[in-house]
Write a protein that binds this ligand. Sequence first.
Ligand SMILES: [Zn+2]
Length: 116
Amino acid sequence: MPEQLVTVKEVFINNNCPECFSKEGLHLTFKQKFIDTRFYKSIGKDIFTEMHCTICETPIYPQRWTEDIERVYRYQNKALTPEKPSTQLKKLSWILVGLVIGIIITSIVLTLYLRV
Ligand SMILES: [Zn+2]
């Protein structure tokens, strides 16, 4: 799969689950999008957040977050150091770029040569 969400940070937080009210189950995950194709590798700037309760096995969507959860989330989000967004060309791309430049140069040289 060329595109995937990679976990950059995960923490258990000390808040009550809005579903089962357990204080030990809330698990918060931060993910970032990584794209890995044959031509390039790229890290997206967007951070995706997932929360679920390990006690009642329920995903906790932001609409269900309490103010306390919100606060902890903001704190954790601030403390997060995500991977720098970037795009890197791979060898195959460089070979293609080289080929295209080669063809352009060759055609310029040929045009000039044939004119004389
Ligand atoms: Zn729960």
